[in-house]
Design a protein around this ligand. Structure first.
Ligand code: ADP
Ligand code: ZN
Length: 675
């Protein structure tokens, strides 16, 4: 119902992209020497052109007539028949002085290059012709056969396939490099892909940028102190912690907190995600861990931050049947080894973040590893106000923007959501061509973030709208009339995203839930479908998410919380998470049958109760639904107007106050996905 996870996706981009510092190479130098080689080759070629210039004649092509004439005039010194195709004619002294007066002959009496070439037709004919032309000469010129390899062509024949292979190889390596997220070539695959922030990459995140989270800040302040004045602690024989685990839902500012530690302590900060270790090649993860710690030690004192450590830190030995986890396990083992390995006071502190501390391997949480845990919770109303404050610093605000009001409107929002609201509000105001951001822009942004994009053009027939209105009114009515159900904050039937309507409830702050409370919640959840039944005499698919929720709740009551008399005080819940219940159930088939039966009985009973309430208060229900059809949005006050004050006296405002003072607040339930 609450797609918080997916909303996070766009929120992690506050880290400046930055090349891997440790992998930088002095490339320029190498290229420089290559250019020298080219230059020398070029110079040699030019030099050759000039060397022995005066014994070279330009080579001209001639025809048969000219060739025979040269022979008859005894101007030829030598004829080379190359590959039985071309006759190369070298002139003698006489010929040279006649045709090339500028060119001197060498001591062999001729030039280094032929003066003329003549393309012969038939080889035998050519020999005859040469003999004929020199009939009666006392020193005739003979043909010397020369076979000459065309070395250039030969070389090309070799070079081209080789070249292609090399090009192919380079492309392959590049592709791999890119696939790895740009860590360069295959030779860098075992290198850690941590991003390094230090003095040169000024990310000046300090505690000032982290709103709320007071307790977390106090605890983490100590870590800063450890790094700044280690002597203070070591003097007394204390040990500096090696690892601190930040636990909390996504978007609550864990990364931000870690960065601010680095900023406050003014030490280098290696940041990476648990999934960065994982690669399809065996052994890469472990090698990256080694590399990371190697780099860190050389920069100590410093902080390593591993986001989403559950990617590697998941409990070992699970899913053994599926196999293929060896790589992750060896990565984890390497991490454990490294954490054990570095001296306690070597000045490297590992911070890690996760939203699932429960699935982490127990070995990670043992003393000397992540023995310190800091909980980072969703912000309460005060925290939200402060986060708004932080993110509004750079916004141009209208006078009607009230922080307290906005904080009230955003129960259950994480810091990242609020950052998102502020940004979205700015965009909306800009789209409307405004100079300042007004309250309405913020409200629109909140709505948009809660329910996805508001879709005015989603076509809903009048009949459908009526059904949706009664359905939502059914939830509102039942929850209002039941003592232990959560009081309603707001209901809308404006379709947004893929949901047709939504109801916001303000959950009571409670650590334990009684059977009564659970039961009442289930009745309220079924109130939607019950209203359809009572008013129209037929039910629809619109209750899918209600039914899902209720079924899960009833199942939990029966099989986890021991709240059902027939099953008794048994719980089949496994908090260690070591067993894989998808394959084996911890109870017999007979018990399974009983559980199924009891779940169905409980849900049915709740449904009948909802029907009873709505039949009794059908007038109020109809009033409420009509108001919804008219106004599309109704609030708690409207219900109070119709049904009177709740006798149990937990009005909305009181709740808010309570929640604020308790410094904790659960998130609102948002009903309804389109089935
Ligand atoms: P997490 O690591 O817990 O998933 P992040 O630290 O990446 O969350 O938070 C994402 C963004 O949300 C931050 O960059 C910041 O803009 C905003 N944010 C979250 N919590 C806070 C907070 N307490 N104060 C100010 N901004 C916050
Ligand atoms: Zn519903």
């Amino acid at each position: 119902m609450n797609n918080r996870e997916t909303r996070q996706a766009g929120n992690q981009s506050d880290q400046p992209s930055q090349p891997n510092q440790p992998n930088k190479r002095p490339k320029d130098k190498r290229r420089f020497s290559f250019y020298w080689i080219y230059a020398i080759l070029f110079a040699v070629l030019i030099g050759l052109q000039f060397y022995g210039r005066d014994t070279i004649t330009p080579t001209e092509k001639i025809d048969q007539g000219k060739f025979i004439e040269l022979l008859k005039n005894s101007e030829v010194e030598r004829i080379d028949l190359v590959n039985k195709q071309d006759a190369e004619v070298y002139l003698n002294q006489k010929g040279l002085s006649k045709h090339f007066p500028d060119v001197k002959a060498t001591e062999k009496g001729t030039t280094t290059t032929p003066s003329y070439t003549y393309k012969i037709g038939d080889h035998a004919r050519f020999e005859e012709m040469v003999e004929e032309a020199q009939q009666g000469f006392e020193k005739p010129v003979y043909i010397s056969n020369v076979s000459r390899n065309n070395w250039a062509a030969g070389l090309l024949e070799w070079i081209i396939p080789f070249g292609l292979l090399i090009v192919f190889w380079i492309i392959l390596m590049r592709g791999m490099g890119r696939g790895m997220g740009g860590a360069g070539s295959i030779f860098n695959i075992g290198k850690s892909r941590a991003m390094l922030y230090d003095k040169n990459t000024n990310v000046n995140v300090t505690f000032k940028d982290v709103a709320g989270l007071e307790e977390a800040k106090v605890e983490i302040m100590e870590v800063v102190d450890f790094l700044k004045n280690p002597e203070k602690y070591t003097k007394l024989g204390g040990k500096i912690p090696k690892g601190v685990l930040l636990v909390g839902p996504p978007g609550t500012g864990k990364t931000l907190l870690a960065k601010s530690v680095a900023g406050e302590a003014n030490v280098p900060f290696f940041s990476l995600s648990g999934s960065d270790f994982v690669e399809m090649f065996v052994g890469v993860g472990a090698s990256r861990v080694r590399d990371l710690f190697g780099n860190a030690k050389s920069k100590s004192p410093c902080i390593i931050f591993i986001d989403e450590i559950d990617a590697i830190g998941r409990a070992r030995g699970r899913g053994a049947i599926t196999g293929g986890n060896d790589e992750r396990e060896s990565t984890l083992n390497q991490l454990l080894t490294e954490m054990d390995g570095f001296g306690t006071n070597s000045g490297v502190i590992v911070l890690a973040a996760t939203n699932r501390a429960d699935i982490l391997d127990k070995a990670l949480l043992r003393a000397g590893r992540f023995d310190r845990q800091i909980y980072v919770e969703l912000p309460d109303i005060v925290g939200r106000k402060e986060i708004f404050e932080v993110h509004m610093r750079n916004l141009k605000l209208g006078n009607d923007v009230n922080l307290e009001f906005l904080a009230k409107q955003t129960p259950g929002f994480s810091g990242a959501d609020i950052a998102n609201v502020c940004n979205e509000a700015a965009l909306m105001a800009a789209r409307k061509g405004k100079e300042i951001i007004e309250k309405q822009d913020f409200l629109d942004a909140v709505d948009r973030i809660i329910g996805g994009l508001e879709k005015k053009n989603k076509i809903i027939t009048a009949e459908e709208k009526k059904v949706i209105a009664f359905h939502e009114a059914g939830h509102a009515t039942t929850s209002w009339l039941l003592q232990y159900a959560h009081p309603l904050v707001k209901v809308t039937i404006v379709p947004r995203g893929n949901s047709l309507g939504a109801a916001w409830y303000l959950p009571e702050e409670r650590q334990i839930t009684t059977k009564e409370q659970m039961y009442h919640e289930m009745i309220a959840t079924l109130g939607g479908r019950a209203a359809e039944q009572v008013v129209f005499g037929q039910i629809s698919t619109g209750a899918l998410s209600d039914l899902e929720k209720v079924t899960k709740q009833a199942f939990a009551m029966v099989s986890y919380y021991g709240l059902d008399e027939e099953i008794g005080n048994l719980s089949y819940y496994d908090s260690t998470g070591q067993q894989d219940y998808s394959l084996t159930k911890p109870y017999s088939d007979k018990t399974a049958e009983t559980i199924d039966k009891r779940v169905s009985v409980i849900v049915e009973k709740a449904y009948q109760e909802a029907i009873a309430i709505l039949t009794e208060h059908r007038d109020g229900l109809t009033q409420l639904a009509n108001k919804l059809i008219e106004e599309e949005v109704i609030f708690g006050e409207d219900l109070e107007h119709i049904f009177g004050k709740r006798p149990w006296g937990n009005s909305e405002d009181e709740k808010l106050k309570n929640a604020a003072s308790k410094n904790a607040e659960s998130q609102p339930d948002i009903e309804h996905a389109n089935a």
